[in-house]
Design a protein around this ligand. Structure first.
Ligand SMILES: *Cc1c(COP(=O)(O)O)cnc(C)c1O
Length: 215
C-alpha cells in the first residue's frame, strides 16, 4: 500500500473527524507525499527534528504532539500552529511568555494522563479544574482542545478511557473563560483510532498506519 492509498482509506473512515498525520522519523519527501494525498495536519514529537526538516515541507497545519522541554519552548512557539502536549502549569506559563514576546496567541491542547500512569506526562483529570483557574490571566495562550495517550491495554479497556475523555471534553466545553474554547478531542492512534472515533474523538493522530512501522 502506498502512502496515498493509506491516507485515502483513513480519511474515508474518519468522516468528519480530522486526521493528524504523525510524521516523526519520516523524511520531508514522504511527508510531502502525504500532504499531496490529502493530509492537512502533521504531528511531530520533537522540536529539533522538526526544525531540521520543516523548511522542506509543503504548507499544512503543524502540531507538536510530544513532550516539550522548557529549553525548547521558544522554538516550539515559533514553529507550531498548535502545541497539543501541554502537560504542566509551568509549561503553559512559559508558552504564554514566549508567545507574548513575538506577539502571537499560541493555540494549545491540554494533555490528560487519563490512566493516571506515573511514567506518563499529562494532567490528572481531577487537576484540570484548578489549572483552568490558574491560567485565567494568560493572554497569549488559547486552550482549544484536549489530548490523551491512554494506557496500553486491550481495545475494550481503551474504549473506557476514551469514554472518560469524552465526558471531560463535554464538561470543559461549558467553561466560560476568555482563553478557553474547547473544540477538539485528540485521541486515537493507528491501533485504536476507529474506537476513538466511535467514542467522540474529533481528531486522531495516525503514523504507522500511513507510513508503515517506524525503525
Ligand atoms: C507516535 C505517536 C502517535 C502515532 O502513533 P502510531 O501508532 O504510529 O499511529 C500518536 N500520538 C503520539 C503522541 C505519538 O507520539
Amino acid at each position: 500500500m502506498t502512502i496515498d492509498e493509506n491516507i485515502q482509506i483513513i480519511l474515508k473512515e474518519l468522516e468528519s473527524a480530522k486526521l493528524v498525520c504523525v510524521t516523526k522519523t519520516i523524511d520531508s519527501e514522504r511527508i510531502n507525499e502525504s500532504i499531496r494525498a490529502g493530509a492537512t495536519i502533521i504531528g511531530e514529537n520533537r522540536v529539533q527534528e522538526f526544525e531540521d526538516k520543516c523548511d522542506d515541507i509543503l504548507p499544512c497545519e503543524r502540531h507538536l504532539i510530544g513532550h516539550l522541554q522548557s529549553n525548547k519552548v521558544k522554538k516550539a512557539v515559533q514553529l507550531f500552529d498548535v502545541i497539543q502536549s501541554v502537560d504542566s502549569l509551568k509549561l503553559i506559563q512559559d508558552i504564554d511568555k514566549k508567545a507574548e514576546a513575538i506577539d502571537k496567541v499560541q493555540n494549545v491542547f491540554l494533555q490528560v494522563n487519563i490512566g493516571n500512569e506515573p511514567q506518563k506526562f499529562g494532567f490528572g483529570s481531577n487537576e484540570i479544574g484548578q489549572l483552568i483557574t490558574e491560567i485565567h490571566s494568560l493572554k497569549n495562550v488559547h486552550v482549544k482542545g484536549l489530548m490523551c495517550i491512554p494506557p496500553f491495554v486491550s481495545s475494550e479497556q481503551t474504549r473506557s478511557y476514551f469514554k472518560e475523555m469524552k465526558t471531560l471534553f463535554d464538561e470543559m466545553q461549558k467553561i466560560d473563560q476568555d482563553n478557553i474554547d474547547i473544540q477538539e478531542l485528540s485521541m486515537g492512534m493507528s491501533n485504536d483510532y476507529k474506537i476513538a472515533i466511535e467514542e467522540g474523538a474529533t481528531m486522531v493522530r495516525v503514523g504507522s498506519a500511513i507510513f508503515g512501522n517506524r525503525k
